[in-house]
Design a protein. Sequence first.
Lengths: 401, 448
Amino acid sequence: MLGLNKKDLSLLLIVAFLALCAPFILNPFPSDSSLAQFNAGYPDLMQRFVIFGIFAIGFNILFGLTGYLSFGHAAFLGVGSYSAVWMFKLLSMNVVPAIVLSVIVAGLFSVVIGFVSLRRSGIYFSILTLAFAQMSFNLAYSVLTPITNGETGLQLTLDDPRILGASRTESGGIPVTNFFGLDMRDTYEMVVGPWAFQFNNGYYLCAILMLISFYLAIRIFRSPFGMMLRAIKSNNTRMTYTGLNARPYTLAAFVISGMYAGLAGGLLASMDPLAGAERMQWTASGEVVLMTILGGAGTLIGPVLGAGFIKYFENIFSKINDGVLHTWFGFMPDGLEDLVVTLVHPFVGKGWHLTLGLVFMLVVIFLPGGLVEGGQRIGRLFRRKKSGDEAKKSTQSTPAE
Amino acid sequence: MSNSNLTRRGLMKTSALAGAGLALPTIFTASSASAFTNEPTGGTVTLGFNVPQSGPYADEGADELRAYQLAVEHLNGGGDGGMMNTFSSKVLQGGGILGKKVEFVTGDTQTKSDAARASAKSMIEKDGAIMITGGSSSGVAVAVQGLCQEAGVIFMAGLTHSNDTTGKDKKANGFRHFFNAYMSAAALAPVLQKLYGSERKAYHLTADYTWGWTQEESIAAATEAMGWETVNKVRTPLAATDFSSYIAPVLNSGADVLVLNHYGGNMVNSLTNAVQFGLREKQVNGKNFEIVVPLYSRLMARGAGENVKGIHGSTNWHWSLQDDASKAFVKSFGEKYGFPPSQAAHTVYCQTLLYADAVMRAGSFNPCAVVEALEGFEFDGLGNGKTLYRADDHQCFKDVLVVRGKENPTSEFDLLEVVEVTPAAQVTYPADHPMFAGGALGNCNPGA
């Protein structure tokens, strides 16, 4: 179905199920329990999960398939955000033109940067993209302030023209982003006993776009074009000797992944109409590299998992403070409680970077294929048991000595 | 898919899914109808403390967090009550806010607008925070203020010094207790005139972003008004750590005053470079060469060490002030943490009390009622003397301190001394001043 084989189809269906039921899955703890701290099922974080999922899927098309490590992908994310916010300022609060423009602008931007950067490969390519991204960041931060509003970030104001919509609402506020009248901010809250599940319009728009992006990525992975990209990764020199010009293929992959990043940027701005220059900083570019490697570069679902993992740490672990720790360990005797809190303290709250770094190191050392490899190993463990039993039965007569 | 096999298990799965799908829309009707965003219903009320815990301003953020915890303790009736005892409004009695116990959640802004907004959003959407406060840079303050306006909660700004926060980016739901670049300049200029005369040539080094520009614009306008000449304004990149290449041209420019529109680590490095180049021992135009740092903080003074001695700047509050309120605050902060509070700690403590007080006087947590209670509110006893929360732009007007790096510090905290307390009247400006023009408060937004 949909031009996919059975395995890919089931993968797509699993991702679709996870994405659509996320408000339930991410909210496993009752909201008044002390574990509610770990609930991630609120609109903003769910939106970030899928938006950065899109970003990482796009990055993986370049990095996972061609092996070209771009260290400047955040530039496209930022450009997408800026164009989306400008659309909200000038045209209307409908997210469709904003998202379309952000994808187009990011695409054009990546054609230019890709055309120059792809003249080199390996580390030189990474450095070139990094340089371009830092250049964009610095321009956005200071020189281009009339367009980007510099450090403060581009925001909507009450006197924006918005020629197809209203500059301000009847109550005198800034109108909110919508999809043909459906407000992105609106959330239905479903209260089931102690649980509160939140269903947000914006999240579902992002989730559906993520599924479409995911589907497109599968098709690219399985297409002759994808095969060509893999060939570039495995031996670019040999490709050249066979008389094939690889550059148009890499440029196409670069532009596609740039457009994915633009889509992610446009969605970020559609959910929260603000575009800050930090979105283009090298740390943001590094983040998507981490996401892809953490999840598993070159796999289909890996980057999405990695994105979710990192965003979870950033938003949940950073909010655990000493007060929260004391309520958790309150059952212990006083001296022990303080000791445990002191020991855990460096790893939560402001120390979330440290925990993430440790996890990243463990994954890279023990699971070079990322989280996906971890899943596969666990899966194999169960499967081996089963097949091992069968093997015993059928191989009674194989003494090799 | 032509080979569809209908099995018992498959049928049950499908019908369960379909049933769930059909049941889904009916539960949507159960959305609660509250009057405003995150109306507190139980016995507690949650405040969101959004401070930088990593990045260049992590020191300020850590100090802000300490002050917030102290404020919450005092609001809930713990500790010695701090400035609640000296505050001119007496409705806060240590029984929480409107009888509800105050709880708080914390988040890391990372000094990035994006991260700060994400953190504030999670506080609003997940933790049900009714008020967001904090921040240690203007970019973050403006970004989070915009978010709070849209979401319908109150924003009490922390350390933000740019004119824009209550200028072109002001919002009805946002309030600032801290002073701003214009006030720094207005307070500093007369002192500089007295010290260095009115025939000076100033050279500006400015951090190249919004705050730096408003600071430069303000101080240049104020000094030019008293007869100084501005020789040159040079923008330095924010990420710069070595300013030698910017200092060298100062020597040959004929200027005799260097104004460093830098904050935090930037200021520490540029001042150190300037002193290393021997600027302070120089004689230009027959006068001693001087250095001015418009926005000072104790944490910066500590970073720059010996180099701050005798250098003038302005600050919002300093722990060595001898009024009852400041003494009470320094005492309770010192007893809890073992060292005196910074100006960042002071301003966020005040903001928390001011919010709680406004809710008590309004008798409601509704943001619109709180806005009404804060607008035009005059108070005293929070360490800055008589203060007005102006209704036109939600900026506090109060005395500004001009300080100088101490020649003989007695401890690692005793680095600044107060030279002059500039009265509020002298730093007050009309709400439509050109440096603050271009924005509109809009209407208060109670959200939901």
